[in-house]
Design a protein around this ligand. Structure first.
Ligand SMILES: Nc1ncnc2c1ncn2[C@@H]1O[C@H](COP(=O)(O)OP(=O)(O)O)[C@@H](O)[C@H]1O
Ligand SMILES: [Mg+2]
Length: 263
């Protein structure tokens, strides 16, 4: 059984002007995500990538279709499905360590164990020395590392990452990409990672899914076996990059049309 099944999912938001019209954000999307995959979602901004992650996380519900996680319908968020957002989502009044410990709130563990798990997670992202600092003292890259440490501590089966490093400078982003790849290799979890960078997707993914302009539909997928070299100068990687950039739609165009919505 796939870890996640996205079955004919459409998501629409009502427009404020006409009550019976809606903006279609995702249009009949069907996808499967298997255990241990590292899937990158790419596509023009506004095509519904964040919306799809929010649906998979359980923050939102599809307008039509359904999402199954381990065969069960997703109806609410769960600690089995962890999210790293694009913008820093740390509590500014808590120390770095407490931000990570907070993610373990729902787990029935002694405080001492939570402390150990959080410290181990911070060590894995090279932030052991910053445990007692407040987030406002950290650089952007360090804040995103804390967000990654939070997921490491929670240890969800599914990691949903929404352009987690796109606001960082190139060098920091590359370093964090390598770190996330190492973590994925060690932990063998399933990662669904949104990026607008074809190069980042080629570096990370075992599968790349390209979305159309809005309303988001899957245009095409590329499988990149884990064993294949990620060296961007190899003829294989150059060929895949050309295929992706040639297939990439230019911009996201709004699609607003009448829709019958069954809630
Ligand atoms: N809560 C909402 N209400 C209305 N429109 C929304 C809402 N969330 C997202 N949208 C719209 O859905 C479209 C897709 O958004 P999003 O999923 O964020 O795209 P992407 O992540 O691919 O850039 C955008 O046009 C956005 O304005
Ligand atoms: Mg987005």
């Amino acid at each position: 059984m796939p870890l996640v099944e996205v079955n004919g999912v459409t998501k629409a938001y009502y427009t404020s002007r006409r009550k019976d019209w809606a903006r279609i954000v995702l249009d009949d999307v069907t996808l499967r995500f298997e255990d241990n995959e590292f899937v990158c979602l790419i596509g023009p901004s506004g095509c519904g990538k964040t919306t799809l992650l929010n649906l998979m996380a359980g923050f939102e519900r599809p307008t039509a279709g359904e999402i199954l996680y381990k065969g069960e319908k997703v109806t609410a968020p769960s600690p089995e499905r962890g999210v790293v957002f694009q913008e820093y989502s740390l509590f500014p009044w808590m120390s770095v360590l407490d931000n990570v410990r907070f993610a373990l709130g729902s787990k029935d563990l002694p405080e001492k164990d939570k402390d150990n798990i959080a410290r181990r997670a911070l060590a894995m992202v090279n932030l052991a020395d910053s445990a007692d600092q407040r987030p406002n003292l950290l650089s952007g890259g360090m804040k995103q590392r804390v967000a990654v440490a939070r997921l490491l501590a929670m240890d969800p089966d599914l990691w949903l990452m929404d352009e987690p490093f796109s606001s960082l400078d190139e060098q920091t982003r590359k370093k964090l990409d390598s770190d996330i790849l190492n973590i994925w290799r060690v932990k063998r979890r399933t990662i669904v990672f949104v990026t607008h960078s074809v190069d980042e997707a080629l570096h990370l993914a075992t599968r790349i899914i390209l979305f159309s302009q809005s309303p988001g539909q899957v245009i095409r997928e590329w499988n990149i076996p884990a064993a294949m070299s990620r060296d961007p100068t190899t003829s294989e990687m150059i060929a895949i990059k050309k295929e992706i950039t040639d297939a990439m739609p230019a911009c996201a165009c709004a699609d607003v049309r009448p829709i019958e919505i069954r809630m």
